[in-house]
Design a protein around this ligand. Structure first.
Ligand SMILES: Cc1cc2nc3c(=O)[nH]c(=O)nc-3n(C[C@H](O)[C@H](O)[C@H](O)COP(=O)(O)OP(=O)(O)OC[C@H]3O[C@@H](n4cnc5c(N)ncnc54)[C@H](O)[C@@H]3O)c2cc1C
Length: 430
């Protein structure tokens, strides 16, 4: 990888420039460590707004930011664009598509991947939304299917192109359903005057008995009400069993004809080969209170990929969301910068997650927010949702573009980026 070793500096390799890994890469002391950041993309993705890229609300480059631009190329810092395949914990080596490298300390911050719960048909035929290429794929799918629907004489075939099924009623599913419903209401009648938009149906399928499982009952009811008002058909207690590319089958023998299934039903840790079975639980790497892996004192895991199950309030680990990832990154970098951490942990406090709340938006003027002392819904919640997302976006340029787009859309009821740049394609299963 062409990175010379410095004798007087310990080498720290960070795999992943997401919410958690970036905190470490930005703040780790260069006078104490040689810092190497590796990511398979040369940009950081702001995943909470992926659904707006998929529904033609935002351009992809307003939710992505160049890693080299975020972490400036200072002395003793190196970024490499590479996919890390495996780790040899005994030799202290990582193996990537561009070569191998040894480490003194390793931080795994690889995030998560879509979980299809082992169903290969669903993996092949449905569309995930976990990365920018996947969101762009969805954008092309949605727009191309409207174009195709225009040409269909057969009503059943046309209907199949205009039925949208979102599987998973968490924040991603709810936000996507709201955005599609608004597209139906405000965009399609103008763009496709010769297509009867009433044929567009949006189905939201949720396996449990309510939406937004991680939020309060009150917020879940509000989201349900708002989506119903927008014309979304919601199926609760509805577990998807299979999908053949044309029909979705549920456990209760319900069948929906559609070529558009968007899978937002779950994620699992993005693991790297090299760990023993006992080091992994629920597809995440087990860590102690200090984010240290159970077996290897010089390997740490943070963010979605890490499972810390010692806090009785979170027996299944912290939620796979941005706040724990950011807090864990900040916690670990402070420990790294405090050199006593590796000598004696007596004065080091364990990681404790501060839950600042959660939120979801359900179309224009509508959102729900759960904070520890109060809950909000409606316009004020929507303003807070927008503010939080704007300030969390990386880079002034991205914030300015997103805000400008939102203002234009708000007053013109128009999504500006309905472009099919390249045709959609299905995922290949190896
Ligand atoms: C559609 C969607 C909507 C979401 N909405 C919200 C929300 O509203 N609020 C919220 O709090 N959270 C939300 N989340 C979850 C949140 O984005 C994640 O919890 C958060 O990104 C986790 O941070 P992380 O650092 O663990 O991983 P990520 O931010 O996912 O970063 C992982 C990084 O590792 C890199 N990587 C992975 N594997 C390798 C490898 N083998 N080699 C090299 N590089 C690798 C990836 O390219 C990526 O850059 C959403 C997620 C999705 C997908």
């Amino acid at each position: 990888m062409n990175i010379p070793k410095r004798k007087n500096l310990k080498r720290v390799i960070i795999i992943g420039a997401g919410f958690s890994g970036l905190q470490i890469a930005k703040k780790l002391r260069r006078d104490k460590y040689q810092v190497i950041l590796i990511d398979k993309n040369n940009y950081h993705t702001f995943q909470p707004l992926l659904y707006q890229v998929a529904t033609a609300g935002l351009e992809p480059d307003s939710i992505a930011h160049s890693i080299r631009n975020i972490v400036k190329n200072t002395k003793n810092f190196f970024f490499r664009l590479a996919n890390v395949y495996s780790i040899n914990t005994c030799k202290r080596m990582i193996y990537t598509n561009i070569g191998e490298l040894d480490y003194d300390y390793l931080v795994i911050a690889t995030g998560s991947i879509t979980n299809y719960f082992g169903n290969k048909n669903i993996e092949f035929y449905s569309f995930p939304m976990k990365s920018i290429p996947e969101a762009l794929n969805l954008r092309s799918l949605i727009l191309q299917n409207f174009e195709s629907a225009l040409l269909k004489k057969d009503i059943k075939e046309r209907q199949r192109l205009m039925n949208f099924v979102i599987v998973g009623g968490g924040p991603t599913g709810v936000e996507l359903a709201g955005a599609l419903a608004e597209m139906k209401r405000y965009v399609l009648p103008n763009d496709y005057p010769d297509l009867d938009v009433q044929h567009m149906n949006i189905h939201l399928l949720q396996a449990s008995k309510r939406l937004l499982d991680g939020m309060s009952e009150e917020s879940a009811k509000q989201a349900y009400k708002n989506l119903k008002e927008l014309g979304v058909t919601i199926w609760l207690n509805c577990l998807v069993k299979d999908y053949n590319g044309k029909e979705v089958f549920t456990e209760k023998n319900k069948k929906i004809d559609t070529v558009n299934v968007i899978w937002a039903a779950g994620v699992k840790g993005a693991l790297i080969q090299g760990f023993l079975k006992d080091d992994i639980k629920k597809n995440r790497i087990l860590v102690n209170h200090y984010m240290q892996t159970i077996r290897y004192k010089n390997i740490f895991a943070i963010g979605d990929v890490a499972l810390m199950n010692m806090n009785p309030s979170y027996p299944n680990g912290y939620p796979m969301t941005a706040p724990p990832a950011i807090q864990q990154g900040n916690y670990l970098v402070n420990n790294f910068n405090n050199m006593n951490f590796f000598l004696d942990k007596k004065n080091i406090s364990p990681f404790l997650f501060k839950n600042l709340g959660s939120m979801a938006t359900i179309g224009r003027n509508k959102a729900v927010c759960d904070f520890s002392c109060f809950k909000l819904k409606g316009f004020l919640a929507w303003i807070i949702w927008m503010f939080v997302h704007l300030v969390s976006l990386v880079g002034f340029r991205n914030r300015a573009i997103a805000l400008t787009n939102w203002i234009i859309q708000y007053f013109h009821y128009n999504k500006s980026v309905r472009l099919i740049i390249r045709p959609f394609h299905r995922k290949k299963i190896i």
